[in-house]
Design a protein around this ligand. Sequence first.
Ligand SMILES: [Zn+2]
Length: 168
Amino acid sequence: MEPATVNSPADFALRKKRIFEWIYEEILDLEFFPEDVEIRKEELDELCTRLGHPRYCPHGKEIPIGQCCREKRVSPEPLFLPLDEIPIGEEVRVVFLPLHHPTLAQKLFSVGLYSGTKVRIVMRNPATILQVEEAQIAVDDTLLSEVYVRRKESGRLGQILRKFSRNA
Ligand SMILES: [Zn+2]
């Protein structure tokens, strides 16, 4: 069955509520989310696209689909990227480390790589060198795909979320 589509203001309110429940409860693991927020339909679609078109709220209820879901839009600016997709020289901030792999995580901690650390790839050949804060370290190339980072320009999703937190 085709999921419910947004046709009325009530559908839109439901879509907004469930997408935000998804962000706060599923991604952030918080039990709170802003109740009364103003967002335009296009902004919500953009948010939805960057989240990968969530289908169900954390309580298992279907999220009414938007234009973006119907068109299966793909975001040109995902929120987080693996470090190996970042061009040499661009400074980014670490968001996720491979915490599911304790030895790997400890190896990264021991070279000063924590969540929030600023990092930059200095070179890829013949060895991968990272600038981690003030230090330059050589790392196993395969580690780069395990470290997720956020680019400085968080783009429009960042703006939208900031607007929400102001309104909350
Ligand atoms: Zn969508």
